[in-house]
Write a protein that binds this ligand. Sequence first.
Ligand SMILES: Cc1cc2nc3c(=O)[nH]c(=O)nc-3n(C[C@H](O)[C@H](O)[C@H](O)COP(=O)(O)OP(=O)(O)OC[C@H]3O[C@@H](n4cnc5c(N)ncnc54)[C@H](O)[C@@H]3O)c2cc1C
Length: 272
Amino acid sequence: MTVTVKTFDRLADAASAISTERGAHFLSGGTLLMRAVNEADPAIKTIVRSTDPAFRHIAVSSARVELGAGATMAAILAERELALLHQVARAVGGPAVREAATVGGNLFAPSPYGDFAAALLALDATVTLAGGYGERELQLEELLGRRDRGATLVSKVTFRRPPGDAFRFAKVTRVHPKGLSVLSIAALLPLASVRITGARIAYGAMGRTPLRAKAAERALEGRSLDAAGIAPALAVAADGTSPSDDAIASAWWRREILPIHLRRLLLGADQV
Ligand SMILES: Cc1cc2nc3c(=O)[nH]c(=O)nc-3n(C[C@H](O)[C@H](O)[C@H](O)COP(=O)(O)OP(=O)(O)OC[C@H]3O[C@@H](n4cnc5c(N)ncnc54)[C@H](O)[C@@H]3O)c2cc1C
């Protein structure tokens, strides 16, 4: 089987190539795509890549974080200003995988992958899509909800930097330190005085793509982060989820343990 590789200086040209050519796939870090090529996946006829430096660029200010979709987990770990994402980046595979695995690739990685995407969903991230005729922005949630994301090329991801320690993340795995997710949970928990206001909770491995726990978010509104305050959210923790049975865990098990880990995350490990 012959696979053609096309390299473009500009991301916009790479975007044009994947949208016009049947069987063309964008290559980022290649941790998943090259595995498919090595397994001779007949659907992959052309690999499209880009050397555009903007694709890997990371920009952090006190208010905003901008991650080039080609930024690797290792690059994020090397950036002191991105400490809030270090736990998340460290949760993706082992050191060799993190050297290659990118932010953009994680948005398209099938469940139970997608730990980083779950964190970005909780952070209410916006994605920028590259195209031959210019860029456009989309909420990450909308991108994840699309059934067909085939010809999409994400150039960057941006989000507002959350206040203080409002962002939390936990990955549940059976194999430490680098097993795949039984599930992951990311939460943005803004406090007004001692009450939660506008929480965003996202799960990885609890559906086809990372998804929001909207019932739990609603149940947390105006509540305090103590055992009584979070009880209604735990009762509806699994609402709207549709986890898979796979080699890592059964759907039943994922639903069973979800409230236990959500409780730990909401209370903070030291209070459990
Ligand atoms: C051993 C191993 C362990 C792993 N462990 C984890 C883990 O613990 N957690 C986890 O979340 N993932 C894990 N992964 C999966 C994977 O490494 C990550 O999800 C990674 O972030 C994928 O990024 P990539 O750059 O390697 O994607 P690639 O392999 O380059 O691409 C994957 C898919 O995404 C598409 N794509 C890539 N970038 C873009 C873009 N910018 N715009 C549009 N489409 C794009 C590609 O066309 C392809 O379809 C693991 C993989 C391996 C092999």
